[in-house]
Design a protein around this ligand. Structure first.
Ligand SMILES: [Zn+2]
Length: 290
């Protein structure tokens, strides 16, 4: 089962969050019909958003958006307080040649920006962005955490795509140095990291998120929380109608003048909603009343 586990090193200010999300990323691959390089990028962005979701609560959500000048153009993932995730990729049919035996996510993303938007239930969502460092997502997320949230971090992400194009392994971990951490413990963790196998190897070997944390920590840990991970899209007919209503009266009248029902497809889950002429006229009536 896909899961997120969060722990601290016992008596030390080092936080480790670890994820295995193979099934969820495979589910996303099927929804978006991604080719291998695009699958790897999508999976890494999903895992990154899920890592950021570890401390959300009460209806809060976080969106991670990658915009680059490479062939993928844009990859977006949103995770919520229950570590439910959904995602979108602008160009799913991208596959590039391997680089050092790995899917070349960095080249597929190119140069650009990483944006994080957090809806924390306040009046305005928190929004911040940093330039991409490598386009490999893990390094970029660590850079974001340091620059925008002032948290020294290390992030490792990996997706392994099988020869039949399905996702055979996906996961990641994030280490954060909390206030009060000693130099010794930071040196210790840096040393450990140089010796930890790639995430994909660990997941392929059957490591659970907890196994990954133990492998990274190498000493006693205290578990702070664990949550199941699922693909979930909260779209609904009502939300689709709301979004059409927000286009404004003129746009809606134009749609009515065409005299046809329209199909609106959700970008995140692919679900289609048929909006009839009657629905559209209903929106204008609402507009008159409200
Ligand atoms: Zn949807």
């Amino acid at each position: 089962m896909d899961e997120l586990v969060k722990a601290i090193l016992k008596d030390d200010a080092i936080l480790v969050v670890s994820i295995v999300d193979t099934e969820t990323v495979e589910h996303a691959r099927r929804i978006h019909d991604t080719y291998p390089t695009a699958t790897a990028a999508l999976g890494r962005v999903m895992t990154a958003a899920l890592l950021l979701s570890h401390n959300l609560k009460d209806s809060q959500r976080v969106m991670l958006q990658i915009k680059g000048d490479g062939p993928l153009r844009e990859v977006v993932a949103e995770a919520d307080w229950l570590s439910r995730v959904r995602c979108y990729i602008k160009r799913p049919h991208i596959h590039l040649g391997l680089k050092d035996g790995k899917l070349d996510v960095g080249r597929a993303i190119g140069r650009g920006m990483l944006y994080v938007t957090k809806d924390l239930g306040l009046k305005e969502p928190y929004h911040s962005g940093v330039p991409l460092q490598t386009g490999e997502i893990g390094d970029d997320l660590a850079y974001y955490l340091l620059k925008s949230e002032q948290i020294p971090s290390a992030v490792s992400l990996g997706v392994f795509v099988d020869s039949d194009n399905s996702v055979k392994a996906s996961g990641g971990f994030m280490i954060q140095v909390m206030p009060g951490a000693s130099n010794e413990i930071v040196d210790y963790i840096e040393n450990r990291l140089s010796d930890v196998p790639p995430v994909t190897s660990m997941v392929l070997d059957g490591y659970s998120p907890l196994d990954i944390i133990k492998r990274v920590a190498g000493r006693e840990i205290e578990i702070l929380g664990r949550r199941g991970i699922t693909y979930y899209c909260p779209c609904s007919r009502e939300r689709v109608l709301d979004s059409i209503a927000s286009l404004g009266r003129e746009e809606i009248e134009e749609l009515i003048s065409k005299g046809e029902d329209i199909d609106v497809r959700c970008w995140f889950c692919g679900k289609s909603y048929r909006v009839s002429q009657e629905d559209l006229r209903g929106l204008l009536v609402q507009d008159n009343q409200g």
